[in-house]
Ligand binder design. Structure first.
Ligand code: MN
Length: 319
């Protein structure tokens, strides 16, 4: 039997539904990862015939590792499907070693996966693609938009939101179960525990809103708050509204690892590519990060927290 593995982004609807679409197409094993443990997870899967890497922006370490793997495998054994910004030079490097690349900044990963495999998938698989597009704010892009127009918009929004809220309250087993159920095209509201966990998270968000109002601080070009959880990076959007700034920044301190995790969100008025900005600053401070124009994140050594806030404010003053 061929050994097919899919590694996809863990705490993110786009990542989970992308994994579900691959699983529905290929009978694959699914491994969920985020930027903290992608390298570790990759290390655990040296043996594979086919490897899918979905919705994971690639840092240099990871690029080197997959290039190493690719050199020992026939061409097209490794598939990289993603919509995170990637340096064209790196793209060229991984292309050279025979990695199959499906990359576009224009649609969510779920839509890219759906397009790639649509001829092997039933029509209802496009709903999964739509959930990923909506929760990644890419539902107005051409393909996603076309899919969504064929349904009741509220229905898709509801199902996508259930997923995105429920997954913040789930452990690894729950997330893998979600992928499994979605790969069988179960609607999110029909999947056990999804509704309960989603409501738990809605409740949590109402409490976080109060906390943000009380503890948030304003810099020149953004507002920020420390929370004990990074529930969903989208929480940073509340800062934009409360402090009337174009960018919201939420972080949480991981004392045992001596790092902080940070999420940024930008409003329509934000004229920066937050993925590029954060990647540059994180590298400078000994951490790593990346993401999209209006949504990005990083992990940075804790002793650089103040530097981070200062440098970010400076970066965002430049035109
Ligand atoms: Mn995505």
């Amino acid at each position: 039997m061929t050994n097919i593995t899919c590694i996809s982004h863990r705490k993110d609807v786009d990542g989970l539904v992308s994994a579900a679409l691959i699983k529905a197409t290929k009978r694959c094993k699914v491994i969920l990862a985020d930027y903290n443990d992608l390298k570790e997870k990759l290390n655990t899967i040296k043996e594979f015939d086919e490897l899918y890497l979905c919705d994971m922006g690639l840092n240099l370490e990871v690029v080197n590792q997959i290039i190493k793997y690719a050199k020992t495998k026939p061409p097209n054994s490794i598939h990289y499907i993603d919509h995170h910004y990637i340096d064209p030079f790196i793209l060229e490097e991984i292309n050279k070693v025979g990695i199959d690349i499906t990359h576009s900044l224009d649609e969510s990963t779920s839509v890219l996966v759906y397009q790639k495999f649509s001829k092997f998938l039933p029509k209802k698989a496009e709903l999964l693609a739509a959930y990923g597009a909506i929760t990644d704010y890419m539902d107005s892009q051409p393909i996603a938009r076309k899919i969504i127009q064929g349904y009741d918009r509220q229905f898709i929004l509801f199902e996508a939101t259930l997923l995105s809220y429920a997954l913040t309250k789930g452990n690894e087993d729950f997330l893998l179960k979600l992928v499994d159920e979605l790969s069988g095209f179960k609607y999110p509201h029909q999947i056990p525990n999804v509704i309960d966990k989603a409501i738990e998270q809605v409740d949590n968000i109402t409490k976080l809103m109060v906390k943000i109002e009380k503890n948030g601080k304003k810099m020149k070009n953004f507002a920020y708050v420390e929370l004990d959880e990074l529930a969903i990076g989208n929480i940073a959007n509340f800062l934009i509204g409360i402090f009337n700034v174009p960018i919201g920044v939420v972080y949480r301190v991981l004392k045992d690892k001596e790092v902080f995790e940070v999420s940024l969100r930008g409003s329509d008025e934000c004229k920066y590519h937050l993925g590029i900005v954060i990647s540059k600053i994180a590298n400078k401070l000994g951490g790593f990060g990346g993401g999209h124009p209006k949504a990005s994140g990083a992990q940075i050594p804790l002793n650089r927290l103040n530097d981070f806030l200062q440098i970010l404010d400076q970066e965002l003053s430049n035109n």
